[in-house]
Design a binder for this molecule. Sequence first.
Ligand code: SAM
Length: 243
Amino acid sequence: MDIQVISLFPEMFKALDSSIPGRAQKQGLIQLSYLNPRDFTPDKHKTVDDKPYGGGPGMVMKFQPLQAAIHAAKQRYQGPVCYLSAQGKPFDQAAAQTLSQRKSLILIAGRYEGVDQRLIDQEVDEEWSVGDFILSGGELAAMCLIDAIVRLLEGALGDSESALQDSFSQSLLEYPQYTRPAEIDNLAVPAILLEGDHAAISRWRLKQALGRTWQRRPDLLKKHILSAQEQVLLAEFIREHSE
Ligand code: SAM
């Protein structure tokens, strides 16, 4: 997969050279490259921003350098062009799944008060938000997208099963995790995890996943169609936790 990022701060993306995205780059599963709008300005001051029409605080990213950067990116791959924006569609695991199927993406990280609306209207195909809060720039949001997408590419994770079990992949939160030692600070691991009965462990984990989602994210549970077994397990969990 080829991802081109348009950003005034490409050095921030060094974080993606570590861990799973770093390994995915070395394996050739993903190619990341960067275009800086400053390199596409016609003036000697390399101006990328200007005051907003109508007044008000801050600066706005100019149309021309961004459009030139997008057109340069399209010479390599056609897109789609995604603008990271607090006003975009909420980015979630389903969106990560959809984007991970694409051959290429062009991501725009905004700065200042954002981008001239005409650039969005003319050049942007999709707008994605990483949450209802305001970041100083789109770089961290773009990194969230890239990291979430990379995890879904075949061969990126040591054990591809783990992406299937992650929270949200089945529209449920994941069950709680434990590791050695079996007891610490008088706190024991749930006995069932030590007994080696894989069917019982799967049942327990599904029950915990359902219970956690019910406790913490009832909105997710509303979207999940419960199987007969899941209905029984959730009812058990609720009974045990109301006692
Ligand atoms: N004035 C803008 C508004 O109210 O929507 C916020 C501008 S913000 C300071 C600068 C840039 O950060 C934006 O252009 C966008 O690229 C990025 N950004 C901020 N919050 C974001 C979020 N929640 N998701 C995605 N990108 C975000």
